[in-house]
Design a protein around this ligand. Sequence first.
Ligand code: SF4
Length: 255
Amino acid sequence: MMQHIVFFSGGMGSWAAAKRVVERHGAANTRLLFMDTRMEDEDLYRFLDEAAANVGAPLIRIAEGRTPWEVFFDRRFLGNSRVDPCSQILKRRLADAWVAEHCDPAATVCHVGIDWTERHRFDRLAQRKLPWVYEAPMCDPPYINRYDILRWMKSEDLAPPRLYGMGFAHNNCGGFCVKAGQGHFANLLRALPERYAWHEENEQALRHHLVKDVSILKGGETLKALREKIEAKGEIDLFEIGGCGCFIDDDTGAA
Ligand code: SF4
């Protein structure tokens, strides 16, 4: 009997993928695997429990133990839109190690929440992961978008993670991401100013620690500089959101 592992991030995409997996293969053969970065939004844990109960499959939680900032300090490298040691270590390698220890490649299918809009990225991921079999149920028809998924959740009385309602594109790392752009961080500053301040302090501390002008944002702009620009009503690119690809990115560019 094939076993099905769904990488269950606490976001809407992997919930929808898990629903399709259970519909196709049954809950008895499905497990939901969550990798905790120790920097998640508090409401993610509420959603995780409720979403797993809604899917009806067992939820397995694992964590490497560090936060992304601890990884950056240890690696002496600040993640950015191109290189992401945080998701490489805290998610992709952790998941790979768990699957290698607990599953048989000949009898396991791993499922990710990537949807049809990123099919090309999934195809590269599936190729890289061979001989493990990877599938992306949300790349299959019927093709649905994030609003369809939110309506689907509502129809099942499952409250979405609160960060979506606060304007965030994803529910990872508590609304933070080293791959995010100005628009994303402007939203973090507006919606969760204390959390923004904490990330700003960490970025400044790492710059001092490395004695180097590193920054998450492109062009060497620090979170401190971005905040000051926003407070001074300067011009920023609100459409520069960036994208978190914790599960689809290659490890070749990692620090
Ligand atoms: S969401 Fe962003 S910051 Fe968090 S682990 Fe993924 S790539 Fe790193």
